[in-house]
Ligand binder design. Structure first.
Ligand code: KE4
Length: 428
C-alpha cells in the first residue's frame, strides 16, 4: 500500500485555507473517493507525489503537457526568459512570434488575441460574436465545458458534471435564459432551434470532440451541418479547441474534420504548461476587439513573456517532423492494450480516442452524448481509479474527463499501464 502521509497532512491544512482544499474542483477526487495526491515534481511521463511515490501520468495537467513534463528545451527557454524579467504589461516580440505560429497552424484565424485562460478565451469570443451579430442568445451542447463564465455554466461538463452541479447556483436566471443547451450529435434539435430562433442567436459554441464528459466524437455530418446552418442564418460558429487544439491533431479538430469555424478558442498546450488562452477568427469579427474596435477585453498578464516563451518552444517542438506519428503510435498502443485488457478481464468498458485524447467508459453501450455518458458506472470507475493509483498509474480522477498521452510516454510505460489495468479490472 502506497504511503500518502504527507499528502493527507497537506490536504488537512489546505481544507482550512482553500475551498475544498484545492484551486480547481476536479482535483479534489470527490468523484473517485479518497484524498488527492499532492504532487511535488514531474519529469517526462511521470509525476511524483510529496510522499515520493511515482506515477505514470495520463492527466498531464488536463492536457497541456503534450511534450511530457519538464521538457529540457522548454525548461531552458523559460530559465533564460525569466532572467529578462517576468512581466512588463507592454507588447513584446514574443507575442508576435506566438501569434504567427498559431495563425499559421489555425488558418481560420485571421487575427488572434492572447489571454490567460480558456475561460477568458471563450467568454471573450462570445462577447465578440454577440457584438458582431447584434444578437444575444448562444447555443451550447450538454456536457460541453467552456470554462466557468456565468452564461456557460449551464449543463456544463468537466468538474460541473463530476460534482453534479452542471448548472451552477449564482448564475442569474437572465444569463442562463440567454443560453440554449442542446444534446450533442442531435441534428433535429439544432435544426429546429436555429430555424425558429436564429434572429436571436449570436453563436453556436462547442467542443468539436467533447473532452469534458470523457471523449465523445461528433457523428458523421454533425459538424458539417452545424457549419452550413450557422452560415445560412448569420450565426457565428465557435470551435472551443482549448482541449482538442494540438491534441486531436496539430491543427486541431478543424484540421482533422476539415471544418472552418468563424472563431476558435485555444488554451492548455498553447502555453506549454503556463497560463495562456487565445481566441481568434475572421478579420471582420476580430476588428471589433478594443482598441481596434469597441468590444472591450483586457488582461494584466495577457501575452506574458514567460508564458509566450513556453508556448513558442512547445509549438516549435510539436511542429518537428514525425512528432505526431510518434504520438499516434503511442496512443494507439495504449488503446489496443487497454481494450484487450478489458476483454481479458471480462470488464464492460467502452474506449474512445481521437489523437492523443481518450476515455475508457465503464459503460456497456455506445457513448455519443451527455445522457449516454451519464449512464456510465461512476462507482466502478472510482474503484478502478484508486486501484490504478496503487499500481502507479495516475488517470483523470473523474469518469467525465479525458485522458492524455505525451511524447515522453514510452512503450514500457504503456506495457506497465496495461498490466496495471488488467490487474485492477480483475480486482473490481
Ligand atoms: P481554463 O479556464 O480552465 O484554462 O479553460 C476552460 C476550458 C475551456 N474549454 C474547454 C474545452 C476546456 O476543457 C476547459 C478546461 N478544461 C478543464 C478540464 N477538462 C480544466 C481542468 C479544471 O477545470 O481543473
Amino acid at each position: 500500500m502506497r504511503k500518502n502521509t504527507i499528502s493527507n497532512e497537506l490536504f488537512t491544512r489546505a481544507q482550512q485555507l482553500i475551498p475544498g482544499g484545492v484551486n480547481s474542483p476536479v482535483r479534489a477526487y470527490k468523484a473517485v473517493g479518497g484524498n488527492p495526491l499532492f504532487i511535488a515534481r514531474a519529469q517526462g511521463s511521470k509525476v511524483y507525489d510529496v510522499d515520493d511515490n511515482a506515477y505514470i501520468d495520463y492527466v498531464l495537467s488536463w492536457g497541456p503537457m503534450i511534450l511530457g513534463h519538464a521538457h529540457p528545451a522548454v525548461v531552458e527557454a523559460i530559465k533564460k526568459a525569466v532572467e529578462n524579467g517576468t512581466s512588463y504589461g507592454a507588447p513584446t516580440a514574443l507575442e508576435v512570434e506566438l501569434a504567427e505560429l498559431v495563425i499559421g497552424l489555425y488558418p481560420s484565424m485571421d487575427k488572434v488575441r492572447f489571454v490567460s485562460s480558456g475561460t477568458e478565451a471563450t467568454m471573450s469570443a462570445i462577447r465578440a460574436a454577440r457584438a458582431f451579430t447584434k444578437k444575444d442568445k448562444i447555443i451550447k451542447f450538454e456536457g460541453c465545458y467552456h470554462g466557468h463564465a456565468d452564461g456557460l455554466l449551464v449543463k456544463a461538463g468537466s468538474g460541473a458534471t463530476t460534482l453534479s452541479i452542471p448548472t451552477s447556483p449564482g448564475v442569474p436566471q437572465s444569463f442562463a435564459a440567454a443560453t440554449i443547451t442542446l444534446p450533442f450529435n442531435d441534428l433535429n434539435a439544432i435544426e429546429t432551434v436555429i430555424t425558429q430562433q436564429h434572429k436571436e442567436i449570436a453563436c453556436i459554441i462547442l467542443e468539436p470532440v467533447i473532452g469534458n464528459i470523457g471523449c465523445v466524437l461528433p457523428r458523421d455530418g454533425f459538424l458539417q451541418r452545424l457549419r452550413e446552418l450557422s452560415a445560412k442564418y448569420d450565426v457565428v460558429l465557435i470551435f472551443d479547441e482549448v482541449l482538442t487544439g494540438f491534441r486531436v491533431a496539430l491543427g486541431g479538430a478543424q484540421a482533422l474534420y476539415g471544418i472552418t469555424p468563424d472563431m476558435t478558442c485555444l488554451g492548455k498546450v498553447i502555453g506549454g504548461g503556463l497560463p495562456v488562452g487565445a481566441y481568434g477568427g475572421k478579420r471582420e469579427i476580430m476588428a471589433l476587439i478594443a482598441p481596434e474596435g469597441p468590444v472591450y477585453q483586457a488582461g494584466t498578464l495577457s501575452g506574458n513573456p514567460i508564458a509566450m516563451t513556453a508556448g513558442i518552444k512547445t509549438l516549435r517542438l510539436l511542429m518537428e517532423p514525425g512528432v505526431y506519428d510518434k504520438l499516434e503510435q503511442t496512443a494507439r498502443s495504449l488503446q489496443e492494450g487497454l481494450v484487450d485488457a478489458s476483454k481479458r478481464a471480462g470488464a464492460n468498458t467502452r474506449f474512445y480516442r481521437v489523437g492523443t485524447m481518450f476515455c475508457q467508459y465503464f459503460n456497456d453501450r455506445e457513448v455519443f452524448d451527455y445522457d449516454t455518458a451519464l449512464k456510465s458506472d461512476t462507482e466502478r470507475f472510482g474503484r478502478f481509479f484508486r486501484l490504478m493509483l496503487q499500481e502507479g498509474v495516475y488517470m483523470a480522477p473523474s469518469q467525465f474527463e479525458a485522458g492524455f498521452i505525451s511524447l515522453a510516454h514510452t512503450e514500457d510505460n504503456i506495457e506497465d499501464t496495461v498490466k496495471a489495468a488488467f490487474k485492477s479490472l480483475k480486482a473490481l
